[in-house]
Design a protein around this ligand. Sequence first.
Ligand code: COA
Length: 120
Amino acid sequence: MKGTDYFADALGIKEHEVKDGYAKVSMQIQKTHTNALGFTHGGAIFSLADYAFALACNYGDNVAVAVEVDIKFLRPTVEGDCLTAEATRVSDGKTTGLYHVAVRKDDKLVAFFSGLAFKK
Ligand SMILES: CC(C)(COP(=O)(O)OP(=O)(O)OC[C@H]1O[C@@H](n2cnc3c(N)ncnc32)[C@H](O)[C@@H]1OP(=O)(O)O)[C@@H](O)C(=O)NCCC(=O)NCCS
């Protein structure tokens, strides 16, 4: 991906592996990522998954924007947990790409994200 994603930086997201159609990132859950229930905020989990999606579909010179995304929150997490998000391309059309992103704490699935990207 060209340029800097300041929002991902502000959340403390780290990149582990990025290649065409694939990305793995992680985020250590801080107090500022939590909601009033003491669980990780859905918006923080969404942003982690969305960043993995963005890296996978904007690899190298590729430029793509999200047109539709969906997320299911399957398991709560808390401050101190480390979440990983792994994005994989499952369809690669002329104008669109479909990606699945699994957010995990260790081997447990925390959220499942699906994103459709439009290639510019
Ligand atoms: C909604 C929800 C309770 C439904 O769960 P379910 O599909 O019926 O499945 P389960 O009851 O087996 O719960 C799934 C896991 O979440 C854990 N869990 C559920 N409620 C929990 C709670 N209040 N505190 C801690 N862990 C909890 C369960 O222990 C289980 O983990 P395990 O498989 O390691 O034992 C669960 O999907 C969930 O908590 N999702 C996350 C919601 C969330 O954090 N949203 C974003 C911020 S509001």
